[in-house]
Design a protein around this ligand. Sequence first.
Ligand code: ARG
Length: 458
Amino acid sequence: QSNAMWGGRFAASPAALMEAINASIGFDKRLADQDIRGSLAHSDMLAAQGIIGHDDRDAIHAGLRKVQAEIEAGTFDFRTALEDIHMNVESRLKEIAGEPAGRLHTARSRNDQVATDVRLWVREAHDRAVAQITGLMRALVTQAERNTDTVMPGFTHLQSAQPVTFGHHLLAYVEMLGRDRSRFRDSRSRLNECPLGAAALAGTSFPIDRHATALALGFDGPTRNSLDSVSDRDFILEYLSAASICAMHLSRFAEEIVLWMTAQFGFVRLSDRWTTGSSIMPQKKNPDAAELVRGKTGRVFGSLVALLTVMKGLPLTYSKDMQEDKEQLFDAADTLELVLAATTGMVEDLQPVPARMAAAAGAGFSTATDLADWLVRSLDMPFREAHHVTGRLVAEAERRGVGLEELPLDAFQAVEAGITADVREVLGVQNSVRSRRSFGGTAPEQVAAQVAWWKDRL
Ligand code: ARG
């Protein structure tokens, strides 16, 4: 039999493959709740404007509530032949409510309907992301607070650079996540306009009230241009961009956990709850969760690039290509939510090993900059010269196979006669860290101040 929605024009039913390529119900059933809310608001407005009767409105409402209950109960029969969530809901509504159901689609098209549904969904995804990021930031700040003076090596080029504190390092991620959070908030505020009432593309001849539906659905107002309303998916792209940047941050942190968990680093431990064993090597404790946080980042980036590619060649207004937005969005959101939750779990579980961190912090001549700074301060040497003198002292220590702090005083003086015994004070990692008191620096009191700043804001 031909299609119930457009059977007037069509005599024959579609080829099986036509149906298969066309259907989106397999994934857009996730928009059921948003779709029903949109229809409730739309039918309210139609009745308030005298476009449909109040009894029709009531029948539509009762029917939609029933559909909602069936979907929640898992008894709803989603049908591929009905293509998508919009037609599945409307067709069931027709079975339940009869003739009034046919009036729901007045002054509306699936084009503005789907744009509205997806905006509602993405808005909620933004809110979930913001809440989860905040939870992760709190977990990081709690760890940072316990570790304001836990010394570890800071790296550039993954070479020991200067000693820092573990708390300081964790707070670096809090800063990144803070920006991620504000990216989500920012794009949420831009998406919060309602496309409903743009109809197919050109608006409608019915006397609708777009401000009323926008308000009822929690939007700041209606979109201004009906063509744009049904054409663009930039609000999804903004979500995917923010998700990609956030996932990239999580991936870098995950990479550090993987590194820190190795026997060679041994900076942190994760409990049995956050590790897995090996089926052959009994000694293993693998940071699989961290690896998967790192690995799943690819899916989120992939979604962003996939949707950008879908959109780039589409003339205005709606094209069916745009149906491809949903799987990318859902997969990216599911992935982001999973990796945010897993990262939070790992941060809460993470046990630093301060002795290993401190030992590594002193390796690799990591206080060489402190020595150069001492020469500048104590001998009034220009920094470039101090850099050169320190370089010669590092070479000498390296030749002897000792750290800078183990170099005898006469070896210091052979390179620079003015050096005195109190140079040793700056060669220890604790002193090095404590001296970096500049705003935002790694000194424990600075880190404590940064912890306090965040605690006020989380
Ligand atoms: N399932 C469609 C989508 O997700 C809904 C819009 C269909 N509009 C149309 N003109 N065929 O894009």
